[in-house]
Design a protein around this ligand. Structure first.
Ligand code: G16
Ligand code: MG
Length: 214
């Protein structure tokens, strides 16, 4: 029986990818190069440090660890300025309704995100109270596809992994759910997220009935 739903943040609840992209692009431009929107796809669900390393690689730029820390902080400062302007209007279609439906159905809810800024975002869009527990980049050491972030969520909720459904837009996130022995609902295209148990285009296409059929 399904007892809990664990939600990724970027790409599932809100589209913060556009802000990450703007901030990373600004940083790359300051370093004298650019990267494409297609390359940006590879940064979704990926941690801040790993994203920076990928971008520096695309630009053929080498930086010391201290320089990398400074660059990541610079990008994050711009990113935080943008997410501080977020409003409830930026919640993705169906996300609020589905979160409320889960809770009304007696299911537990958790956030499982790679972001260290998840609390700021949830507070800005006004939905922090809809999560029983929040596990994010501040609490985990192993990045997705390691299941750590979702296993910690299940543990905090007091449910077993097999009783959890994870909602994810990134391939590595779907893999993390499967690696943790959980059900995975992919948010996006079935071709990309073929390892998911079910793929929908957004939470507006998700229902409690579909959840129970998993
Ligand atoms: C999100 C984004 C990634 C970002 C990561 C870390 O993941 O998709 O692009 O690099 O968080 O974010 P921050 O720099 O705020 O710590 P998720 O797991 O919410 O999809
Ligand atoms: Mg995501």
């Amino acid at each position: 029986d399904i007892k809990a739903c664990i939600f990724d943040l970027d790409g599932v609840i809100v589209d913060t990818a556009v802000y990450h992209y703007k901030a990373w692009k600004r940083l790359a431009n300051e370093l004298g190069f650019d990267f494409t929107e297609e390359q940006n796809e590879q940064l979704k669900g990926v941690s801040r440090v790993r994203s920076l390393q990928l971008i520096l690689g695309w630009g053929g730029v080498t930086k010391t660890e201290a320089e990398q820390t400074e660059l990541a902080t610079r990008k994050n400062d711009w990113y935080v300025d943008m997410i501080n302007q977020m409003t409830p209007a930026e919640i993705l279609p169906g996300a609020l309704d589905f979160l409320e439906a889960c809770r009304a159905a007696g299911l537990k809810t958790a956030l499982g995100s790679a972001s260290k800024n998840s609390m700021t975002i949830l507070n800005k869009v006004g939905i922090a109270h809809l999560f029983d527990t929040i596990v994010d980049g501040n609490h985990v050491s192993a990045p997705k596809p390691d299941p750590e972030v979702f296993l910690k969520g299940a543990e905090a909720l007091g449910v077993s992994p097999t009783e959890c459904v994870v909602f994810e837009d990134a391939i590595a996130g779907v893999q993390a759910a499967k690696n943790g022995g959980m059900k995975a609902v992919g948010i996006g295209s079935p071709e990309t997220l073929s390892q998911a148990d079910l793929v929908v285009s957004g939470l507006d296409k998700m229902t409690i009935e579909k959840l129970k059929e998993l």
